[in-house]
Design a protein around this ligand. Sequence first.
Ligand SMILES: Nc1ncnc2c1ncn2[C@@H]1O[C@H](COP(=O)(O)OP(=O)(O)O)[C@@H](O)[C@H]1O
Ligand SMILES: [Mg+2]
Length: 451
Amino acid sequence: MTRIVGIASGKGGAGKTSAAVGIGFALARAGKRVCIFDADLGLANVDILLGLSPALTLEDVLFKNAPLERVLTPAGPGVDVIPGRSGVARMADLARASRMRLAREFHKLSGYDFILVDTSPGISRQVVGLCLACSELVVVVNPEATSITDGYALIKVLKEQGLTRPPMLLVNRSRDERLARSVFERVKAAVQKFLKLNLHFLGQVPWDETLSLAAAKQRPVLEAAPAGSASLAFMRAARVLSETAFAPKQPHRFFDEAVVRAMEQPRLNGNGRAAPAREPPLPAGSLRDLEAAMALLDGLEGLDDHSTLVQRLAAARATLRRLRDALRKTSAGGAISSPPRAQAVVLSRNRSMAEVLVEVAEAAGLCVTQPPAGTRPDLAGKGLRLVYYDGDPGELGHVLAGAGSAPIVLVTPRGHLKGHPESLGVAEVVEAPFRVDTLVSAIRRHAPAGL
Ligand SMILES: Nc1ncnc2c1ncn2[C@@H]1O[C@H](COP(=O)(O)OP(=O)(O)O)[C@@H](O)[C@H]1O
Ligand SMILES: [Mg+2]
């Protein structure tokens, strides 16, 4: 019975290859037969990391009739590697006839207990196809705002494309167990609430220099530094993985599904560019995505990038954009949202905050304009003024002067303003950090054309 485990991350450099090799060797040490399939299109480096020099790659099996045994490269006791290289990119070029032959070839892999599929970073169709063809999925994140939100984005896109089994989360480069746990709890809460999917904790791997020392020696870390903290962490993760409930999958079915999904992708034309496809409409639900991304980070202390509120909001917003792009790439998208009616003008000297306010106002259904920073409210155009102000409280009156009858929703850092600025024409104050739904309600309450 073979378990086929995809290892993926939204962000590059999260530690997928280190995890595939580390967990692979740890499983082998526990008596399992392991195959690591290097399916990273951009940076296929499992062979380099392990000092292997494979003569053949997956491409030779797919297109040159090479038997699979000649491609399986022994990497240590109980561990073989399939170097994917360009073979992975060319999967979509297979003819139906050769798929029948390949089914026989890949059936030979059914002697393995585990096939670990090391994927490319990001949420390309290729990654989505490979992950969905696997029977299990490990998502690797680091304790950084962007890595966490990108990991969530990946799970979301996979869910939209048909993922039903709960993925596992591995928190890599974590300072300690507590931080890793709190990252996991956040992601799990968001995945449960917004995606209606469960999430399992595979474990945490601390930052450990033995990983790069082992890489420099081109040896697996479990052999180069078996008592190092990374090796011990991979052993723990391998134990958790072994004990997790699973549904086995025939390896030839995995490859066939991966090929079929690759075939669904846009074909490359003679210039190596994807043939132009009809642009699908934007998926709906962007407000929920933004809320989910913010829920992942709100209140999460001790992240490695010392995220300030604004950085976290910017990370959440970036995730929202990636989600939209990924959904555009991988599906026909959802319904088109109804055309915006009310107008809003966002005024903020802080660019990241301005971007967040634009995003929230658009998600709330308004048509937003953003004049150059420093524009006076009275010159800014029509509609609700959505203003972020963290300057001298005494100068707020001057800043807001002349907005006329336009309603103003003012966003300020918590406790920044003393007293109530209603006399300045402010309809409502929203203090940051704010919950997205709080700001959305305020915008909707005061937007000129009743939303
Ligand atoms: N826990 C860790 N501690 C120290 N260095 C790490 C850790 N995890 C990964 N690295 C290093 O980070 C780099 C990227 O890791 P890698 O596993 O190749 O990421 P990915 O495959 O996701 O791109 C490598 O140089 C690796 O040695
Ligand atoms: Mg890698």
